[in-house]
Design a protein around this ligand. Structure first.
Ligand SMILES: *[C@@H]1O[C@H](CO)[C@@H](O)[C@H](O)[C@H]1NC(C)=O
Ligand SMILES: *[C@@H]1O[C@H](CO)[C@@H](O)[C@H](O)[C@H]1NC(C)=O
Ligand SMILES: *[C@@H]1O[C@H](CO)[C@@H](O)[C@H](O)[C@H]1NC(C)=O
Length: 307
């Protein structure tokens, strides 16, 4: 009962107040505040956000002043490069009688080497062999030539299949770029190979010729050492100091990394069995045996050539 009597009273008030919420002609208030009041609030936020923006812009600017366009600000203390190979596959498998099977590798090598074309490299500088190309002051850094023809049998110039058609494939080893790196000593690439015992020996040991020496069998993982002949280009797989240091993508336009090509001289008995090849950078202070990073200064890949 009491609720009924209250309702009419309540009903009046809200009607007048909801309009007043928007604009109250008596006090001149919009949404409960006068124009002056609104103006002050607006001013406050303008100043407040203006200040925040200015502070943000200033700190950003101040931080950018400390950066250098040419080189990253924070780098590992002792940088060591990783190794990579071309063709870009850690599992090189092909039948040397089937051009379709090795075509992708050949094409990959060919397109990778375009930037090393002698005609392209002729534009770059001839540098002093064995000397670092230090040029910290020069705004325009010179680029040392690395001519494709240095890779000789693995250059793809005379043998356009890079040895794949003969079943003696070339693999190009390159070191990742690290700005400012100057390897001490005379780095070179050294590759070693392992192979699994030929399948016939594992599964069909027969007669006295293949005797006790093959037993016991220690499982698939235990590899037998079996040196494979390899040929390095340039000679002895050396990486000349003249290609260091590298000054960064922007400062050192057109820089090309030095390469080492390794020709795997497979023989008749090497076909149809898997070879594991490990290449390492040696002869310098560059790391090549990090427990955690198996690509630091080394790379392992598999090769299986059938005929
Ligand atoms: C590099 O040389 C090869 C032939 O040796 C040619 O087909 C290719 O177009 C050249 N590439 C450049 C970028 O000059
Ligand atoms: C290459 O590495 C193998 C195995 O570690 C080693 O026996 C050989 O002496 C090395 N060759 C060179 C030229 O350092
Ligand atoms: C490789 O290719 C040749 C020719 O096509 C063929 O006779 C041979 O059986 C192939 N080898 C293997 C292991 O597939």
């Amino acid at each position: 009962m009491s609720k009924n009597s209250e309702k009419p009273e309540e009903g009046k008030e809200p009607e007048s107040s909801w309009k007043d919420v928007i604009y109250n002609p008596r006090t001149g208030e919009f949404f409960g505040r006068t124009a002056r009041n609104w103006g002050l609030i607006l001013l406050f936020y303008l100043v407040f956000y203006g200040f925040l923006t200015a502070m943000f812009v200033f700190t950003m600017w101040a931080m950018l002043q400390t950066l250098n366009d040419d080189a990253p600000k924070y780098r590992d203390r002792v940088a060591s490069p990783g190794l990579a190979i071309r063709p870009n596959s850690l599992n090189i498998v092909f039948n040397r009688s089937e051009p379709l099977q090795y075509g992708q590798y050949v094409q990959h090598l060919e397109s990778f080497l375009h930037q090393y074309n002698d005609s392209e490299q002729a534009k770059n500088d001839l540098c002093m062999v064995g000397q670092y190309s230090e040029q910290d002051e020069e705004p325009q850094k010179k680029v040392c030539q690395f001519r494709r023809s240095l890779l000789q049998d693995c250059s793809g110039i005379e043998d356009t299949t890079f040895g794949y058609a003969q079943g003696q494939p070339c693999v190009i080893v390159k070191m990742n770029r690290i700005i400012g790196l100057k390897p001490a000593g005379d780095p070179y690439i050294n590759c070693t190979s392992k192979s699994e015992k030929p399948l016939q020996m594992q599964y069909f040991p027969h007669e006295g010729t293949i005797d006790r020496m093959y037993f016991p069998y220690y499982g698939k993982k235990a590899h037998s050492e079996k040196p494979l002949q390899m040929q390095y280009f340039p000679h002895e797989g050396t990486i000349d100091r003249m290609y260091f240091p590298y000054y960064g993508k922007k400062a050192h336009e057109g820089y090309v990394q030095p390469l080492v090509a390794v020709k795997l001289l497979l023989k008749k008995e090497d076909y149809n069995s898997e070879l594991i090849v490990e290449c390492m950078v040696e002869g310098s202070n560059l790391k090549n045996n990090d427990e955690r990073d198996k690509f630091l200064g080394r790379i392992t890949f598999r090769v299986l050539v059938t005929e």
